[in-house]
Every structure is written in structure tokens, then in C-alpha cells.
Design a protein around this ligand. Structure first.
Ligand SMILES: Nc1ncnc2c1ncn2[C@@H]1O[C@H](COP(=O)(O)OP(=O)(O)OP(=O)(O)O)[C@@H](O)[C@H]1O
Ligand SMILES: [Mg+2]
Length: 296
């Protein structure tokens, strides 16, 4: 397979003109009228949104736009005030986060949720545990549990090797660096063989040495046939790996399109920058250094 990720961009994902709510050729996630308010503040107000299957979609927007809240709603970690959405054609409203994950839609968190006092390997196994029903079964038939545990361990070690965390399997998650925790969270999400992987700022706080490897892991998910939806502030990353970009501002989807075109749209520029319309969007995040144009 070519190592040039640019050449593997998916195109032809939508039908008609790229605009908020545009239909997709093969949507994996379809969202309708999903609203969530906190007190008087409308955090999410998405009329219609479809996420294309088998592609990498970036969800971008300024701080407080509602990206994480939308993730929480779609994965059953919070409930909307109104609205419906389906994953692989199955309605998900009211389904618990645990069931959503079992159905193949997993997410990671903006602030990593690795359990510090468990080892790396224990964190991985927990990612795949079926907590319902099996407890009783396992206490009656301990050999079943041992077999299942062995299988989980083999799978966990395979993933840890892939994410270069195998040497750390017995270390407490607390001892990992921020970047390694992000890797552990991504690895753990894969324990359930997901179809859709939702990553909330997978590169945030990761030191540059690990950024490239995280990026490649995200691209690999797609190569393996998974759909990726990720939140990211760094526009250079977004341009590099996203096939499609959805832009949120003040809870709403304000633009959608291919990365190169969508970032030039007025609504996107307005959402991020207000009056400073000629600044590179990457600068907004504060993560990309501005090379001063002064004196030119
Ligand atoms: N549990 C909550 N209670 C009250 N307000 C909340 C809660 N969660 C989020 N909000 C508010 O909802 C809005 C959307 O927040 P959200 O975290 O979804 O934004 P975001 O796009 O993920 O931002 P960021 O890029 O900073 O992560 C913000 O104004 C936030 O303060
Ligand atoms: Mg967020």
C-alpha cells in the first residue's frame, strides 16, 4: 500500500452541493433535530447531519461550539432534549453508552479516561468486558471466564504491540505520558472491534514525537475499513487526514465539505475569526506558530 496518505483521500462522498445537512452516498450515522441545552445555553442544535461510511470526517469549530456535547449525545453518555439519530440504520436514542459501544460505535475522550490505578493491560481488558449477564455465568463456570480472559489478553497484547505499548503492559496507566495515554485510549477502543471510531481531540496535548504516529494510527483505522469521526483544532492535521469536514459553531452545523474548500467558506472563517479573515485557520488554535509577515 502506498505510504502517501494524500493519495488515499476518499472523494465522491456526498450527493449534490456541499452544504450543511448534505446527503451522503453511504451514511453510517444519520442525525435529525438533535438539540441539547444547558440552562439557557443551547450547546447543540443539529438539524440534519450524515457521516459518510469508510471515510475520515473531521468535526471542527471554535471552543464551546458543541463538538464534545454532540459526541456525548451520539454515544449515549448524555441525553438530548429532542432528536433522533441512527447508526447503521438502527435508532440509537435512549440506548446506553455501553450498548452503543457493543453495537460498534466507540469513542475516546478529550480528557483521557484511562484508569490510572490499573495497569495498561488491565485497562485494555476492561475495554472489552461485557458487564451484563456474564458475571453470573462466569461465577458458575469459572473455566469459561478463564478462557475468555485468555482470549482477551491475546487480543490486548496484539493491539498493545501495534501501538508500541506492549513493553508497558504491567505499568500503571498513571505512569504513561499524555501521548501514550491517548494511544492507550485508542487501542482500548479497538478491543470491541468497532465499525465507527469517534476520537475527541486525539492529538491534543501530545508531544510532537508522538503526533506523527497518532496520525498514522488514525489513517490505519480507515485502511482497515473503519469509519472515523474526529474532533481536532489543528487545521493542518485536518487538511492532511480528513476526507470530509463538518464545521460547528454555537451548536449548529455551519458548513460541510472537502477540507480544502470548506476552510475557505465565509461561514467557517466567520465562526473562527470574526474580523480577522485573512489569517490561516491553523493559527486560531494557538498550536501553529505564525510566521510574521511584517516587513515584507
Ligand atoms: N455539563 C455541562 N453543563 C453546562 N454547560 C455545558 C456542559 N457541557 C458543555 N457545556 C457548555 O456547552 C457548550 C458546548 O461545549 P462543548 O464542550 O460541547 O464544546 P466543544 O466544541 O467541545 O469545545 P472545545 O473545543 O473547547 O472542546 C459550551 O458553552 C459549554 O460550556
Ligand atoms: Mg470539546
Amino acid at each position: 500500500m502506498s505510504s502517501n496518505s494524500e493519495s488515499q483521500k476518499s472523494t465522491g462522498l456526498h450527493i449534490g452541493v456541499a452544504a450543511p445537512g448534505v446527503k451522503k452516498v453511504d451514511p453510517i450515522l444519520v442525525i435529525d433535530s438533535v438539540k441539547k441545552s444547558f440552562g439557557g445555553l443551547t450547546a447543540v442544535d443539529v438539524e440534519h447531519l450524515e457521516i459518510p461510511r469508510g471515510a475520515i470526517t473531521a468535526l471542527i469549530g471554535p471552543n464551546g461550539a458543541g463538538k464534545t456535547t454532540l459526541f456525548n449525545l451520539l454515544t449515549g453518555f448524555d441525553n438530548p432534549d429532542t432528536g433522533a439519530w441512527s447508526f447503521e440504520g438502527k435508532q440509537l436514542a435512549g440506548i446506553s453508552s455501553f450498548k452503543v459501544a457493543k453495537m460498534g460505535q466507540v469513542r475516546t475522550f478529550q480528557l483521557t479516561k484511562a484508569l490510572s490505578l490499573l495497569t495498561v493491560l488491565e485497562n485494555m481488558k476492561l475495554g472489552a468486558k461485557n458487564q451484563t449477564g456474564e458475571k453470573l455465568l462466569n461465577s458458575l463456570f469459572p473455566f469459561l471466564w478463564r478462557k475468555q480472559d485468555n482470549e482477551l489478553e491475546v487480543k490486548a497484547m496484539e493491539l498493545l504491540r501495534r501501538f508500541k505499548l506492549d513493553a508497558k503492559k504491567d505499568d500503571f496507566a498513571a505512569s504513561l505520558s499524555g501521548g501514550q495515554r491517548k494511544l492507550l485510549e485508542m487501542a482500548r477502543a479497538l478491543m470491541t472491534d468497532p465499525v465507527l471510531v469517534m476520537l475527541d481531540e486525539p492529538m491534543a496535548g501530545v508531544n510532537p514525537a508522538l503526533t506523527q504516529s497518532l496520525l498514522e494510527h488514525v489513517l490505519n483505522l480507515k485502511k482497515e475499513g473503519m469509519t472515523v469521526l474526529f474532533v481536532e483544532h489543528d487545521m493542518h492535521m485536518v487538511r492532511h487526514i480528513a476526507d470530509w469536514v463538518v464545521v460547528m459553531a454555537e451548536g449548529k452545523v455551519v458548513a460541510e465539505g472537502a477540507p480544502d474548500t470548506v476552510m475557505k467558506e465565509q461561514a467557517v472563517i466567520d465562526a473562527y475569526l470574526g474580523a480577522h479573515q485573512d489569517t490561516d485557520l491553523g493559527v486560531v488554535t494557538g498550536r501553529i506558530k505564525v510566521i510574521s509577515e511584517e516587513g515584507k
